[in-house]
Design a protein around this ligand. Structure first.
Ligand SMILES: Nc1ncnc2c1ncn2[C@@H]1O[C@H](COP(=O)(O)OP(=O)(O)OP(=O)(O)O)[C@@H](O)[C@H]1O
Ligand SMILES: [Mg+2]
Length: 249
């Protein structure tokens, strides 16, 4: 895919594996509702890290707090060693963090090309349209289809493709497999594996634990606005019983 110097630099940074995101004692509120009660976790460059947890646990709120789209948040979020807890979402985007929301945010009245071109390029190193089509051949065929005409899988791919154009290198994907057929879920898994190989760092929120286990390096469990446990893929088997209890599956 990308053969630019920037992509190589991104991949090199990823393989060195330094700490890229450090979340400490993160609290967040919607109005008067206190939702996050001290979230602590880390993401290393080039990793795929998954936040697991039941409905309403605070997974989406954690991603939104990192992106700076929650009104009130306290604690510390450091990205590439820079404190961003008080930064605007615009500034956070320009630092290279992108958020792909659960509801996907595809504009129904715009076609695929228009949807792709909509988010501004915030940094060098974004994928070209050709590189995007290499990753998502379906999108090329659907280039002039309206958002409304796309299948759920195509919409999800478009939602991911859109943030790849912007130059972001830290991707936050909120339940990308939700509501999709198994064959499409598998494709999304391949895409995530490919992006990891290209040096992107990915923070994933998933309810679909089986899917997560095919792509993630590490997991954190969110419950009532806190991280209550964390383990690596290698520790997964030993933690399966605990995990079933946490997730109620
Ligand atoms: N805009 C909002 N205003 C007020 N409360 C909200 C808002 N969005 C979410 N909440 C509440 O915050 C809590 C955490 O929600 P959040 O969306 O972060 O959970 P989640 O872990 O992503 O759940 P799900 O798996 O259902 O997506 C829930 O109790 C939810 O009802
Ligand atoms: Mg959510």
């Amino acid at each position: 895919m990308p053969d630019t110097a920037i992509a190589e630099a991104r991949a090199k940074a990823a393989t060195t594996g330094g700490n890229i995101l450090q979340v400490r004692n993160l609290e967040a509120w919607y109005g008067e509702s206190h939702i996050l009660h001290g979230i602590n976790f880390d993401v290393n460059a080039g990793e795929v890290v998954t936040l697991l947890g039941r409905n309403g646990a605070g997974k989406t709120t954690t991603l939104k707090s990192i992106m700076g789209v929650i009104g009130k948040r306290t604690g510390s979020v450091r990205f590439n060693n820079e404190e961003i807890i008080r930064a605007t979402s615009d500034r956070i985007a320009r630092m290279g963090i992108a958020f792909c929301p659960e509801e996907r945010g595809i504009f129904a009245s715009l076609d695929v090309r228009e949807n792709l071109m909509l988010p501004p390029i915030v940094r060098a190193g974004g994928l070209s349209l050709d590189q995007i089509f290499e990753l998502f051949p379906n999108l090329k065929e659907r280039l002039s289809s309206q958002g409304t005409k796309l299948s759920g899988g195509e919409q999800q791919m478009l939602a991911i493709a859109r943030i790849l154009r912007t130059g972001a290198s830290f991707l936050m994907l909120d339940e990308p497999t939700e509501g999709l057929a198994p064959v499409i879920i598998q494709q999304i898994g391949h895409t995530i594996a490919r992006l990891k190989k290209e040096g992107f760092t990915i923070l994933l929120v998933e309810q679909n634990f089986r899917f997560a286990s095919t792509v993630a390096d590490r997991y954190y469990v969110v419950e009532h606005g806190k991280i209550i446990d964390g383990f690596s893929n290698a520790e997964l088997a030993a933690n399966m019983d605990k995990l079933h209890a946490y997730l109620g599956v």
